[in-house]
Design a protein around this ligand. Structure first.
Ligand code: PGA
Length: 258
């Protein structure tokens, strides 16, 4: 894992955008894995700015989103379809046929999940996967105790996640209990992972993910076994890392590496 600690959210977002842009510049038809939530908003804002001001091109890009709430139609303001269109897709030149999102309204989830996995493979696999982390250590909607080999499937959300996400709904009762989500195994097959976090509320989960044992009790800890995982976090979410000084030393010495 490469751990990059930045002073604040804006720097986290800019660093993440530079990493995504580097992938796109090297491979204009790259396949991006995208996430929702508050964390990647700054990254998306920066990608939109790069598109508008620097001509960052998405015309050949394919995207796959991690997850979606079950039962929310695409135009529901809290659906992840809506979120992605509002915050990214409508502002860049990605063609509609390049966008894949898990469906929250299919009448056959089992078949849909298989199809989604197959589309990822047929598209050549995900080149870079953006991830946030839950305060309980989840990635996508893979809650603690999720199999580390899991594939796209329906998950029952943990109470903690429902509480964390209630802020986006009028009341906690309106937060869906089920979600369709890529599995930890699906995420582990992506070529590069970009895990982002900010704020003190994520400090415990970040420490468990990076320095704790690899365990399904912290699904993000599976990323310790990923061949190319980059973690970009702010100083507050890095607050419980035991090896913080070493990670900063590595970053400081990197320009001189042979
Ligand atoms: P957040 O969610 O970015 O809104 O904190 C992250 C997550 O639950 O994966």
């Amino acid at each position: 894992m490469e751990v990059i600690v930045k002073e604040n959210y804006e720097e986290v977002s800019k660093t993440a955008a530079r990493i995504v842009a580097r992938v796109l510049n090297a491979k204009p038809n790259a396949v991006l894995g995208l996430a929702t939530g508050s964390t990647p908003l700054g990254l998306y804002r920066e990608l939109v700015r790069m598109h508008e001001e620097e001509g960052l091109d998405f015309s050949q890009v394919t995207t796959f989103n991690l997850d979606e709430y079950v039962g929310l139609p695409k135009d529901h303001p809290q659906s992840y379809h809506y979120f992605m269109h509002q915050n990214l897709f409508q502002h860049i030149n990605i063609p509609a046929h390049g966008i894949y999102m898990p469906s929250g309204t299919t009448d056959n989830y089992e078949a849909f999940c298989k199809w989604y996995e197959q589309r990822i493979v047929e598209s050549g696999g995900i080149d870079v996967q953006v991830l946030g982390i839950g305060s309980d250590g989840h990635i996508a909607f893979n809650e603690p105790s999720s199999s580390l080999g899991s594939r796209t499937r329906i998950k029952t959300l943990a109470r903690q996640t429902i509480q964390d996400n209630a802020r986006f709904f009028e009341s906690i009762d309106q937060v869906p209990v089920y979600a369709i989500t890529m599995g930890v195994g699906t995420i582990m097959e992506t070529r590069k992972v970009l895990l982002l976090a900010n704020g003190e509320a994520k400090a415990r989960a970040i420490a468990d993910a990076i320095e704790g044992p690899v365990t399904s009790m912290c699904p993000a800890s599976a990323l310790q076994l990923h061949r190319d995982a980059i973690v970009v976090i702010d100083r507050k979410s890095a607050g419980q890392l035991k090896m913080l000084e070493y990670y900063e030393w590595i970053q400081a010495k990197m320009p001189g590496a042979p």
